[in-house]
Design a protein around this ligand. Structure first.
Ligand code: F6P
Length: 360
């Protein structure tokens, strides 16, 4: 079996609360087991350019458990297999350099903490002979093979708190408030925060909507004497037969940027109902701040399991939560897929039974 003396850890993709808890668990567990850990800056970029790594010892990760962001830095633009260059030559493949740097640094294994994009890159490097373990990270909760990811609980708690606050101002002004949450092509944040926050309407990407149905629901509430309403929209939701709302298109190295749905919904709903309507985009606030205790625990378990895998020589896998256990799933079963909300999910059925509209 491969002798492991030195491993690298990197964080890739959008940040999520709990990344530092994983960094800490990786460094502490590995160091206590006699392994040296190199922190790699800014995802795989840190293996393309020299001088972007540093040795991390337990004292370097003391006190970071409750910090949002990542002490390693991250990027959701870098793909070493299609790296954007500032020359007219266009994109270049830097993957060979990454593999060479991995060996030059004397690394025997990598812990790659990231979302679907980063994990896909990790799997490609695994196929090129780099022994590595993936750790799933995303507030969107859309990674297959794991019931949950750290960051999701913190994002849902933040969004729920925001909806609570919007309730009081909506009620005072007899307004409709439209709240836009993140989640890309999955409606997990909207669904969980919407139900927890007592929303009247929840629009998610998995269920195309018709604003006439939403307006009918709002009028119905008015008829009951409920003079305010809360509409939660996932950034990736779309009208029946329509398209998602984009801020910017994606390309080979950059994901498309979703956004703007709450503004158009608010405009349209105001016309359809005659009710004064405002919109709020929670945006990156959902990714910031201190992780919840749930996310700290999950992140710590993932970090600890990743080191167990490395010491056991188990590679090309992702650690995953399948309660009550933390297990491993082959990366090839994870990459290129998305975990979306099933239309018959119990929380959707219950929400419908309670009168929450999904606009369909
Ligand atoms: O994947 C996490 C996420 O926050 C999505 O919910 C959102 O669509 C996207 O990242 C935003 O990315 P950026 O930070 O590049 O704007």
């Amino acid at each position: 079996m491969l002798e492991i003396k030195r491993l690298g850890v990197l964080t890739g993709g959008g940040d999520a609360p709990g990344l530092n808890a994983v960094n800490r668990a990786v460094v502490k567990s590995a160091s206590n087991a006699g392994l040296e850990v190199l922190g790699i800056q800014d995802s795989f970029d840190g293996l393309i350019e020299p001088g972007r790594t540093r040795v991390l010892r337990p004292k370097d990760v003391t006190g970071i458990l409750r910090l949002g962001g990542t002490i390693l830095g991250t990027t959701n633009r870098g793909n070493p297999f299609a790296y954007p260059m500032s020359t007219s030559d266009g994109n270049a493949d830097y993957s060979t350099r990454v593999v060479e740097t991995f060996h030059t640094l004397g690394l025997n294994a990598l812990v790659v903490i990231g979302g679907d994009g980063t994990l896909a890159i990790a799997h490609a490097f695994s196929k090129r002979g780099v022994p590595l373990v993936g750790v799933p990270k995303t507030i969107d909760n859309d990674i297959v093979g794991t019931v949950s990811c750290f960051g999701f609980d913190t994002a849902v708690n933040f969004a729920t708190d925001a909806i609570d606050r919007l309730h009081s101002t909506a009620e005072a002004h007899h307004r409709v408030m439209v709240v836009e949450v993140m989640g890309r092509c999955a409606g997990w944040i909207a669904l969980y925060a919407g139900v927890a926050g007592g929303a009247d309407v929840i629009l998610i990407p998995e269920i195309p909507f018709d604003l006439n149905n939403v307006a009918a629901r709002l009028r119905q509430r008015e008829a009951w004497g409920a003079r305010f309403s809360i509409v939660v929209v996932a950034e990736g939701a779309a009208p029946i037969g329509g398209k998602v709302s984009l801020i910017a298109r994606g390309d080979q190295t950059t994901a498309e940027r979703l956004g703007g749905l709450s503004a158009s919904c608010a405009r349209e709903l105001e016309k359809l109902t005659g009710k004064e309507t405002r919109h709020v985009v929670l945006g990156h606030l959902q990714r910031g701040g201190t992780p919840t205790s749930h996310d700290r625990d999950l992140a710590t378990r993932f970090g600890g399991k990743a080191i167990e895998c490395i010491m056991a020589g188990e590679f090309d896998v992702m650690v995953a939560s399948q309660p009550p256990d933390i297990v491993t799933v082959p990366l090839e079963l994870v990459v290129g897929k998305q975990k979306r909300v099933p239309r018959d999910f119990d929380l959707i059925r219950t929400a419908r039974a309670m009168g929450i509209s999904f606009g369909d």
